[in-house]
Ligand binder design. Structure first.
Ligand SMILES: [Zn+2]
Length: 192
C-alpha cells in the first residue's frame, strides 16, 4: 500500500515536471558567452552610479557563476555611457566565435535612478549574452512600461521594482555560466 502511494506521488511529480518544462526555457540567448567569470565595468555617468552598481549587484547575487566587478576605465571590459536615443538602453557586444570580449552599453539620460537600475539590469543581461523574452515577466522583456517590464505587475504608487531580476533571467544566465537559480529574496516592490 505505501508503495502504491509513492508511485502515485512520483507520477504526480512527473506530470508537474511536464507542465513546468516549457516555461523553463523561456529566456533567449544571443549565441555568445564570456570566457571569464569576472566581467569588469566602468560607468562614465556619475548620476547613474547607484543604478549601475545596484544592477551589477543584482546579477552578482543571482546565483549564476558570473560577476560584474567595478574597475578603472582602462581595465574595463564593459563601458557604460550616455547616448541620445529613444530606447532606455542599448548594448553592443564585441562578440567573436561565440565568445564575448567586451561591450559598450549606452544608457539614456533623463530616467530616474530606479527605472535606470531596471534598464541597466536588462542591458547587463545582454552583456552576459542573453536575448529578449517577450512572453513572460522577465527583466529581459524588451518592453518597458513606464517603470516596469512587460508582463510584470506594475509597482504600486510610491514604490519601485526593486526585484531587478526574475527567475527566468537568472535561468538564462545559469544556462550560460552554471550556478543555481537562487530563490528571489526580498520584496518585489520597495518604497521610493
Ligand atoms: Zn534589450
Amino acid at each position: 500500500m505505501p508503495k502504491r502511494i509513492l508511485m502515485r506521488a512520483t507520477l504526480a511529480a512527473f506530470l508537474l515536471a511536464l507542465v513546468l518544462v516549457p516555461s523553463a526555457g523561456a529566456y533567449g540567448l544571443e549565441g555568445g558567452r564570456w570566457a571569464t567569470p569576472t566581467i569588469t565595468y566602468y560607468n562614465e555617468v556619475p548620476a547613474y552610479t547607484w543604478a549601475v552598481d545596484t544592477a551589477a549587484y543584482a546579477w552578482n547575487t543571482s546565483g549564476a557563476h558570473v560577476r560584474f566587478l567595478k574597475s578603472s576605465r582602462r581595465d574595463a571590459k564593459v563601458l557604460l555611457g550616455v547616448q541620445w536615443f529613444k530606447p532606455g538602453g542599448e548594448t553592443r557586444p564585441d562578440m567573436r566565435g561565440g565568445r564575448i570580449y567586451g561591450a559598450k552599453v549606452g544608457i539614456r539620460d533623463g530616467l530616474d535612478r530606479y527605472t535606470m537600475a531596471l534598464v541597466v539590469a536588462h542591458e547587463l543581461g545582454h552583456v552576459l549574452g542573453l536575448g529578449h523574452e517577450t512572453h513572460a515577466c522577465a527583466t529581459m522583456n524588451p518592453i518597458l512600461i513606464v517603470d516596469h517590464p512587460g508582463h510584470c505587475p506594475s509597482p504600486p504608487p510610491g514604490t519601485w521594482v526593486c526585484r531587478l531580476l526574475r527567475a527566468d533571467d537568472v535561468r538564462g544566465a545559469v544556462s550560460l555560466y552554471g550556478g543555481t537559480v537562487r530563490p528571489m529574496r526580498g520584496p518585489e516592490f520597495c518604497p521610493r
